[in-house]
Structure formats: C-alpha cells, structure tokens
Ligand binder design. Structure first.
Ligand code: UDP
Length: 458
C-alpha cells in the first residue's frame, strides 16, 4: 500500500500531521507513506522534531508559489496566499513524481482538511480520501456552519448593534452566543475573522476555508486530533450524523517518543527548580507579540521573581528590556526553542502562559498544567473560551493584553491562590480522561486501530 499525505505548511499543521503519520508508519510497517509539504516547512519539521523517521516515510517538497526574486511585503498572510495560488497543481506534480519514483500507485490519500480539493483528486483515481482535522472540533464546526454564522451575525448587526466587536472589545457582540449544535457557549467575538462576513474582498485563504462545508457529503472517514470524551454531546452527535466514521485518535503530538536531546538545557534547568513553581511561557511558532507587551511581561517576570522558562524566538529577543537577561539569570531562562511536551511534563511546571494554539492547549491538558491565556489570532480566542469558561482549566490574562500588573495577578492566582488549586484539580480530571482514552482498550486507541485498518485494507 502507498499512502500519500498532503500537509498544510503553515502554523503547526504540518508538524501535527507528521506526528500522526509517524505513528501510522510504525503501526503499518509494510505501507509506504509519501509526505507532501513545502520545502521550508519540511525543513523545519524534520530539523526541529525528529531525526529518526521510520524507513517507510519519505518526504517530498511541493512548490510554495514564491518566485526566486520575490520581495515580501511583511504581511504574514502573503506566503499563505502565494502557496494557495499554487495549489492543487503543486501537489499533483509532486504526487506524479512520487508515483514514478516508487513505481507504486497511491492506495489512499490522507490530507489536512484545509486542502479539501484533495477529495476530487482521490475520487478521480477511485481511492479513499481521509481528511484530518488538526485544531479543536468546535472550530471545524464554525467552518461547516459559516453560512449560518454569517446570517446570525448579519441579523444581529441589522438590529442596530455595533460592528466594532471583531477584536473582542464590544460588550454586546462579545456576549452574543452561537445557535449551533455544541457551540452554544461560544461567542461571536471568539470566532476567527474568516468565519465572519468580510468587509474586504475574500482572500484565497478565506475561500479555502469556505470550501470546508462543501466537503461534508464527500467524507466517510474523518480523523480528529481529539478525544471523543472531551466533546460537548450536541457537537459529537452532530459530527456523528455527518460523518460515517468519526475517528478521534487522540492528540497527535503526544504519540511521539520524547526527543532525547535537550539542546537548550531546559530540562536540566527545570530539574533544579521546586515542584509546580515554574511558569513556562511560549506563544507557538507564528504569533508576533507586540513589543510593548513583551516589555510588560518581562517586567512582571522580573519583579515577581517567579521562576520562569520562556521560549522566545530569536527575532523577538531584541524586544526584551535592556539587562533583563542578566538581572533574571537566577530565576529565569530564555531559550529560542524548548522541548515543549517534555517541559510541560516536568514536575516543576506550575503554569503555562500560552497564546492558546491548539497543540499547546492539548499538551497542557495531557500534562495537567493550568494555563494563562493571551489569545492572538485564528482559533486562539475560541480555544481560550474553552479553557477559561467551559473546561475552566485556566484564566484569561487580565485586560486581554500583557500588562505588568495583569501578569503578576494571573501568576499569583494560579500559583499561590486557592482558585489556582481548584483550576489545577480540574485539569487533572481532563488529564486522566485523556490518559485513559489513550491506554490499551481506550477509545482513542480503538479509533487509531480502525484508522490503521482502513489505510492498510485493499
Ligand atoms: N513548540 C515547541 N517548542 C517551542 C515552541 C513551540 O516544541 O519552543 C511546539 C509546541 O509543542 C506545539 C507547537 O510547537 O506542538 C505549537 O503549536 P500551536 O498549535 O500551539 O501553535 P502555532 O504555532 O500553530 O500557533
């Protein structure tokens, strides 16, 4: 069998998908997996994560749409738009190359749901298409029901309410909840901009997301980076009514064996810290934090003297206040990259200050670490709503942005107050659910086995 896998090369989509593929490749050793992704993304995921890929996975580069002399404008979405312009031809070309090179036809196509054009590629050659949804399921639902959400939003606005709440500041809009199965506790202000009616022209990216609702009738088997036990019941029922096989195989990033390397010395530094006292801080791989907020956060860390481990990309390090690193050397460590899953599993970690990217949230849950949320973009706000108001396993940063007093208050609340202890107990319950579901005989384990059977059966 020869399984082709198409990755969406932005944010942590490709990293999550390769985690799943690696687990599949280990479970189905006679099956060949060809992994298609842009060169830039392939380089970063294969460099940063793993050197020991199973022999039955081979990565192929697809064109990213960036011409050799292209000058970037600084708009973070530019690369995404250029890449989408190049699809699906770039994937088709690379696929033909892999088939010619291996001499093996493709028997199954696994893709990120974002690349829903893959459904017709699979249909044309009569092979199964298995899309994979990487963020939280609630967010898939917002794409399936985009038309309905836009209608709600428009009727809400036509009743004379203001439109200024897209950034979450308008109280009325903030309070407007969604009448969609399983999403009734989410607010309009939590939604990614692509789901809301647009003032400006649709972008290629918003069109791509707009296609997701059309894929529903085409899909028999949908793989989720999630656990059946964590769904609100109406959402689970709604998905089960739409997809014949809804496979909740568990958090992909947890299936990986821990890396043995600790290149930035994080784990040995954590070994020297007291239990549950360290704040781990990371905002994922994409977010650009406003410089002023970095300064406020740094000042709070300096005065609070709470031990901290901060994963801060090198391009942002210059925004730290002068002398900060020297002054905090006794209680803090700043690194360009941390082995996050192992860091969160370390007994010294007491809280995770996060932008609420789905993988970060999942890794925090699986390790029972309460969160302080500073959501920025995409699904961040929706995830923060789940963390703070629905699962109640974290707090939102006071005032929505980092200020010296807000950071100190949130850290004290989680690390030193009774409320923090209650939040900690709640997240232990979720950790236990996840751990049981991933154990032999657990729901996620069963669903993973079903997935292996599907890709290996003739
Ligand atoms: N990550 C890591 N070390 C770091 C920063 C991030 O291992 O220093 C990993 C983290 O474990 C997670 C991913 O990068 O799996 C970030 O994904 P997430 O969905 O949280 O955020 P995104 O980068 O997509 O916004």
């Amino acid at each position: 069998m020869h399984v082709a896998v198409f990755a969406f090369p932005f944010g942590c989509h490709a990293l999550s998908l390769i985690n799943l593929v690696q687990k599949l490749a280990m479970a189905a050793q006679e099956t060949q997996f060809s992994f298609f992704n842009t060169e830039k993304s392939n380089n970063s995921i294969f460099l940063s994560s793993r050197t020991n890929l199973p022999d039955n996975i081979k990565a192929y580069n697809v064109a990213d749409g960036v011409l050799p002399n292209h000058v970037f404008s600084g708009d973070p979405m530019e690369r995404v738009e250029l890449f989408i312009k190049e699809t699906p031809e770039n994937f088709k070309m690379a696929l033909d190359m892999a088939v010619a090179e291996t001499g093996q036809k493709i028997s199954c196509l696994i893709t990120d749901v974002f690349l829903s054009f893959a459904g017709s590629i699979a249909e044309n050659v009569s092979i199964p298409w298995i899309p994979v949804w990487i963020p939280v399921p609630h967010s898939l639902s917002t794409h399936i029901y985009t038309d309905l959400i836009r209608q709600h939003y428009a009727s809400f606005l036509s009743h004379g309410c203001s439109n200024s709440g897209r950034d979450g500041n308008d109280v009325e809009l903030e309070d407007k909840t969604l009448e969609i199965p399983g999403l009734s506790e989410l607010h309009i202000a939590d939604l990614p901009v692509e789901v809301l009616p647009r003032d400006a022209q649709e972008t290629l990216f918003s069109c791509m997301l707009g296609q997701i609702s059309n894929m529903v009738p085409q899909v028999d088997t949908l793989v989720m980076n999630f656990y059946e036990e964590l769904y609100p019941e109406p959402l689970l029922n709604d998905f089960k009514s739409k997809f014949l096989n809804l496979l909740n195989v568990g958090f992909f990033s947890l299936s990986m064996p821990p890396s043995i390397e600790d290149a930035t010395g994080c784990l040995s530094w954590l070994d020297s810290q007291k239990a549950k006292m360290v704040a781990y801080i990371s905002f994922g791989t994409v977010v650009n934090i406003p410089h002023g907020e970095i300064e406020e956060l740094a000042e709070a860390l300096e005065v609070s003297r709470i031990p901290f481990l901060w994963s801060l990309r090198d391009n942002i390090r210059d925004c730290l206040p002068n002398g900060f690193l020297e002054r905090t050397i006794m209680h803090g460590k700043v690194v360009p990259w941390a082995p996050q899953t192992q860091v969160l599993a370390h007994s010294s970690i007491g809280v995770f200050m996060t932008h609420c990217g789905a993988n970060s949230v999942y890794e925090s849950i699986a390790n029972g670490v309460p969160m302080i949320c500073r959501p920025f973009f995409a699904d961040n706000k929706l995830n923060a709503r789940l963390i703070v108001d629905i699962w109640r396993i974290g707090v939102r940063i006071d005032g929505g942005v980092f200020t010296k007093t807000g950071v100190t208050k949130s850290l004290d609340l989680i690390l030193k107050n009774e409320q923090g202890r209650i939040i900690w107990s709640r997240i232990q319950v979720l950790k236990e659910i996840v751990s049981k579901a991933s154990a032999p005989g657990g729901h996620a384990t069963q669903d993973f086995k079903t997935l292996v059977e599907k890709i290996t059966s003739e």
